[in-house]
Design a binder for this molecule. Structure first.
Ligand SMILES: Nc1ncnc2c1ncn2[C@@H]1O[C@H](COP(=O)(O)OS(=O)(=O)O)[C@@H](OP(=O)(O)O)[C@H]1O
Length: 909
């Protein structure tokens, strides 16, 4: 094979030079080679040595034999030009041969690949009555929030999307009062000693929980001693752990590791892992042991140390699966797709030659043997086709199959060997183009694809530098759909580049955005001996390190690589063949590759909760800012929100705020009663560009406080999380409990049929058997008044310092005091003295805006309606209904250092 490639290479060099000698673009069509070489004047620099060589040959064989002096001079010139050229272009490539060093080969040899039938995940026995709840969590006891092993554990849990609850112990021992019934599938002690130190009463409680729910324990031994004697009953030690092995009862029937020692401990496999994998030279081996629970009926997996060694991380996952009877298990399927971006884009000298293309194809075949369906996914920018050195231009053509099928147009075999997607015609970032230019560029790339028989129906697209995918540039989504019918893309930037394990997907306007991973190779990491930090860094990543763990911990991985990683030292081939081999050797995972569209569907089938995006604040991440259109500014986003709930005086607050010269309210939305209502409901899916249109474009000099009020935000389940990601501040206000009554009359005033059909009493006393519309009305009437519950949800996302709670009754009765106070909370300048601008209007019965000396402007008829007072029995009923919520509210306000409103005291009497 190697010999064939060599001979092929020499032919290719000759063909290229010949093509350029003709002064044409070579191999554009089947008959391109037929013209005689007439036009050799305007040769590119690269071909000059060839001309000199041609001259030199005349010394010996030409019709006009030159003098010997001229010949020697000519020869010397050739040598000088070649040497200078070779060195000036690249220290790694020489002009005539483009010969490079040998690409690296995998150092790792797997002893058992393909020879072992690996044990599979232990499924919960069907006969056993398993009392664990569905969707159990892990309960993790850590020493501090930042302890090393604790962090390693949470990183693994987060990467695998395993739910957990963390209890930071500090100096105390575990409080077991909040052990929810059957909720935890496994309990993990970052320091196993803490478990042993629990007082007998609490220990019995915890052990009972383990037994009742068939839950096991994972513990890590602190590393201060080499030998630990573990006594489970406080008397005779039943386990002796040493950091060089274990005197243990059994080993795990896990899913991830493949070799079991003959004497039933993990010592041998771990020793083998340490010794067979390059780069790991630990002095002491840490073993993992299983206590089968024969002593007290509780199964425990104990790690003799931390999780630094890669194999232990797999064992940890296995242990959780085993101890939770399979409930906390991750799937065994892993989908891996490798994108090669920048096809045709790389600069001269670091592009792929024909040899590189053959190596890519050979590697693809080898990968297919390990991973069914493996195909590289090529993203091209047609503008740079044939833009390299001659040998590289042959590489370009070879990717498309032109060379071998010179006389068979339309049968470009290599085109079909790969999957293809459009990158961008000139590799320009979409946010830098006008929508019209963007469309033109995409059209050009598509025309290019059609001309070269590249398939255009993959439904996948990738934007250069991820620009426009996230933060979303709507024009990109529009044009992608229009020109390419793109339905799936990928980005490293959502929600942020770092940390990589937290990258997630979302769907926007029916385009699936998948998280993309880096494999440690970038456009300029192309030679193994120049790998940043040394080759060892890449090799560690492959052999159990970051890259290996990315594949193991994410069911779907799309890797980003570039054309240059497949030329030069072909580092991408080395990297992927090595890591796939390593994964196959050490795990039972089923590796697969499917085309991007299928991959997208798979991803959101696995993680449906990720479909909905959470729009982040673009200015908090400098990378996002760089790929956000220059005409956009975070100054066009509100600085705070008035979030409701409805009927608590929010319109009065909104109006009074907007009176301030430094505060600017949103433009009214005609669709939703003037409120924007972005963070709840469907508007959120329109994206932040849509949202920003409700606010004035900031003038350079102004530092206005933009805000909006949507009374529907308060009780929306998803709202606090969405607001937190986008806006730095939020305020909320609190109304009296009679808001339910006000809301009911508001609905009647808006001719809501159900509220007209049923009286207030019928609404608030409707049971769950009542007609659906009545139940909906009842819920909307009553649920927002459970203030404590909703405010607690907001406080899960915001520090209390970013939330202010305003007493709605006070706002109504003394708005001047409230507004002056609020200005201080929001740090708004200049100070606006509301004393001069608000006045009580006797006719309206409320405070109104002072327009002139003797003139006020009040809120419209819809605010401060006149309706009969609530009857006493309903008031009593509601008082009882809201009592537990009001008690919780009183506690909450006291905790947050707010005065308890008078109306709340009344309610609680
Ligand atoms: N200054 C002033 N003028 C008029 N109304 C005032 C004022 N301050 C507070 N309120 C009370 O605000 C209640 C309406 O609340 P909202 O504006 O939040 O209602 S809405 O959700 O926007 O429909 C409204 O409720 P109703 O009395 O039931 O109409 C008022 O009691």
């Amino acid at each position: 094979m190697f010999e064939n490639m060599e001979s092929e290479k020499s032919i290719l060099v000759a063909s290229t030079v010949d093509g350029y000698m003709r002064g044409e673009r070579v191999w554009e069509g089947p008959h391109a080679g037929r013209h005689a070489s007439q036009n050799s004047r305007n040769l590119p620099l690269i071909c000059r040595p060839w001309r000199l060589w041609h001259r030199a040959t005349l010394c010996f064989a030409g019709p006009r034999k030159a003098s010997w002096r001229r010949c020697i001079l000519g020869a010397a010139l050739i040598v000088i030009v070649v040497v200078i050229y070779s060195f000036s272009e690249s220290s790694h490539r020489s002009l005539l041969s483009l010969v490079r060093g040998r690409p690296p080969e995998s150092l790792f040899r797997c002893n058992n690949m393909g020879n072992t039938t690996l044990p599979h995940l232990r499924v919960p026995p069907k006969t056993l009555e398993n009392k664990l709840r569905e969707d159990p969590k892990v309960l993790l006891f850590t020493e501090t929030r930042y302890s090393k092993t604790g962090k390693a554990i949470t990183n693994i849990l987060v990467a695998n999307r395993i739910k957990y609850k963390m209890e930071v112990l500090g100096k105390s021992l575990p409080g077991l009062t909040n052990l929810s019934r059957g909720k935890y599938g496994t309990v993990v002690f970052e320091n196993f000693e803490r478990y042993l130190q629990i007082d007998p009463w609490n220990r019995e409680l915890l052990d009972k929980y383990f037994r009742d729910y068939n839950v096991g324990l994972i513990g890590f031994m602190p590393s201060h001693e080499d030998t630990q004697n573990i006594s489970l009953n406080g008397e005779n030690p039943v386990l002796q752990l040493t950091r060089a092995g274990g005197t243990i009862t059994d080993n795990l029937l896990g899913m991830a590791w493949t070799v079991f020692s003959p004497d039933d401990t993990t010592y041998v496999p771990i020793e083998w892992a340490y010794s067979s994998v390059p780069h790991y030279s630990e002095e002491k081996l840490i073993t993992v042991v299983l206590d089968k629970g024969e002593f007290d009926g509780i199964q425990r997996v104990l790690f003799g140390g931390n999780l630094e060694f890669w194999l232990h991380r797999l064992l940890f996952l296995d242990a959780m699966s085993y101890l939770s009877m399979g409930r906390i298990s991750i799937s065994m399927d892993r989908y891996v797709l490798v994108d090669i971006d920048d096809i045709f884009v790389a600069k001269k000298g670091i592009r792929m030659t024909a040899d590189d293309v053959m190596a890519l194809l050979d590697s693809q075949k080898r990968l297919q043997e390990m991973v069914p369906g493996w195909k590289f996914n090529l993203g091209f920018s047609g503008k740079y086709y044939q833009n390299g050195y001659p040998e590289e231009n042959i590489g370009d053509r070879k990717l498309l199959g032109w060379y071998e099928n010179l006389y068979k147009v339309g049968s470009q075999e290599h085109v079909d060997d790969f999957w293809w997607f459009g990158h961008m015609w000139g590799h320009t970032q979409p946010h830098l183009l006008s929508p019209k230019d963007l469309e033109e560029q995409m059209e050009l790339n598509k025309q290019f694809a059609m001309k070269h028989n590249i398939p255009t129906d993959s439904g996948y697209g990738v934007a250069p530098h991820h620009s426009g995918v996230y933060p979303v540039h709507e024009a990109l989504y529009d044009v992608w759909k229009k020109v390419w019918n793109v339905r799936v893309t990928s980005s490293e930037e959502y929600p942020h580049l770092h940390p990589a394990r937290l990258r997630r997907g979302f769907i926007h306007r029916n385009i699936m955005v998948l998280p993309r991973q880096t494999c440690g190779l970038f456009t300029h990491t192309i030679f193994i001996d120049q790998y940043p930090g040394g080759r060892n860094i890449l090799d560690v990543s492959i052999h159990g390190g970051e890259l290996f763990q990315t594949i193991v911990f994410s069911p779907v991985s799309i890797f980003m690589t570039h054309l240059s990683n497949y030329g030069n030292d072909r580092l991408a081939l080395y990297t992927f063949e090595s890591v796939i081999k390593f994964v196959k050797c050490w795990t039972n995972l089923n590796l697969r590759t499917v085309p991007p569209l299928q991959l997208g569907e798979k991803y959101f089938h696995l993680f449906p909760e990720e479909r909905d995006p959470i729009w982040g604040y673009p200015c908090a991440d400098h990378r996002h800012l760089e790929i956000w259109a220059k005409n956009k500014s975070c100054e066009q986003l509100p600085k705070f929100l008035v979030i409701g709930p409805q009927k608590t005086g929010t319109t009065a607050l909104y109006t009074f705020l907007a009176m301030h010269s430094a505060i600017v309210a949103n433009y009214p939305s005609p669709e939703t009663f003037e409120e924007v209502q972005f963070f709840n409901g469907k508007n959120y899916y329109k994206g932040i560009d849509w949202y920003m249109k409700f606010f004035p474009v900031p003038a350079n000099s102004s530092s206005k406080f933009l805000f909006e009020k949507s009374a529907t935000y308060f009780e929306g389940e998803t709202v606090p999380n969405r607001v937190k990601a986008l806006l730095p501040h939020v305020i909320t206000i609190i109304p009296p409990s009679k808001r339910a009554y006000s809301w009911y009359h508001h609905m009647r005033a808006h001719n809501d049929l159900t509220s007209l059909q049923y009286n207030f009493h019928e609404v608030i006393t409707a049971t769950d058997k009542a007609p659906r519309q009545l139940r909906t009305l009842r819920n909307k009437c009553l649920i927002p008044g459970m203030y404590a519950k909703h405010i607690e949800r907001w406080l899960d996302f915001f520090p209390a310092s970013q939330v202010t709670i305003i007493d709605g009754e006070e706002l109504r009765n003394d708005p001047i005091y409230i507004m002056n106070d609020l200005q201080k909370f929001l740090n708004i300048e200049p100070f606006y003295n509301y004393t001069e601008h608000l006045r009580f209007d006797k006719r309206k019965g409320f405070f109104c805006q002072v327009i002139e000396e003797d003139k006020t402007k009040c809120l419209g008829r819809g605010k401060g309606r006149i309706y009969p007072a609530m009857n006493e029995s309903d008031a009593k009923l509601l008082k009882e209904y809201y009592q537990p919520y009001n008690i919780a509210l009183e506690k909450l306000l006291t905790r947050l250092d707010y005065p308890v409103p008078g109306w709340l005291e009344d309610e609680l009497q």
